[in-house]
Design a protein. Sequence first.
Length: 306
Amino acid sequence: MTEPAAGFPEQVTIYEVGPRDGLQNEQAVVPVEVKAEFVRRLVSAGLQTVELTSFVPQKWVPQLGDAEELLDLLGPLAAGQQRPVLVPNERGLDRALDKGVRAVAVFGSATETFARKNLNRSVAESLEMFAPVVKRALDAGAWVRGYVSMCFGDPWEGPVPVSQVVEVCSRLMDLGCDQLSIGDTIGVGTTGHVSRLLEALDAAGIGVDQIGVHFHDTYGQALANTVAALSHGVSVVDASTGGLGGCPYAKSATGNLATEDLIWTLDGLGIEHGADLDALVETSVWMAGQLGRPSPSRVVKALAGA
Ligand code: HMG
Ligand code: MG
């Protein structure tokens, strides 16, 4: 049943990360034909923004070592679609631009330990690495997202001060990013903390129209945190069909907010999103068959009887 509530956006963009965040963390490498079929199903279910893969060295993320092949299999975009990819450095950007990609994401960290583990650099050195990537991407007419990981807590450093997160976010916006994605990589955040961070970002001149939220569901808080962000006016929400996801360089990172769980809440609030819930549930059931284990999404379980 739809019961709209005051103070929420009328429309939300679902930023689907299943093919990238979901599949980067699988134990086995998923065949590229299966990845392409996954993306086709997501797009035909109405998801306009689908993050496809990462242009990183194969030895860092073997699961996504087929980035070029995947893009070749998928072919050109239809009008209105956006298919971003992750690029950590200029080498990654060159590979992406060569394949005709025009939406990229750099990915920074709010903490030093995760920057070292995920990017082999300090926070400052990673921002130096991103500067020419963002500039050259913008010069090439690309849209650029800046992820910030460990915005709430870090498995090695513990709770992360809001001011530290705001500092990294500000630096990424100064580089020229079009949008930030605020990452709770290990899923420890809670609703009050989300509000506090969004208020601090706003006070630093980064408004909700420049922000997407990216919640992992380790402690079952992803949906509550998303609703908190929506109530502040955030209208871009990262989610992963079937709740796949995690980060190979962050212990205790589990799946992302499931796209189906997000849609159930959006539908309940009467918020437009353009996606077909039944088609996504069917896709998650199909993907679970490919991966050999059921989807962790509660909505998939309820609707598919899985
Ligand atoms: P490095 O080892 O310091 O890199 O890694 P390097 O510049 O010294 O290069 C090492 C070798 O890799 C060289 O080759 C380079 O040419 C090659 P060699 O000379 O040894 O033959 N190389 C490349 N090859 C292909 N594509 C490239 C590339 N770059 C260098 N782009 C690096 C530094 C940044 C590359 C590495 O640390 C890296 O790739 N890290 C990425 C790890 C990753 O993908 N993590 C998961 C994504 S982040 C995430 O999941 C969080 C998120 O979801 C948000 C959240 O939840 O918080 C986004
Ligand atoms: Mg993530």
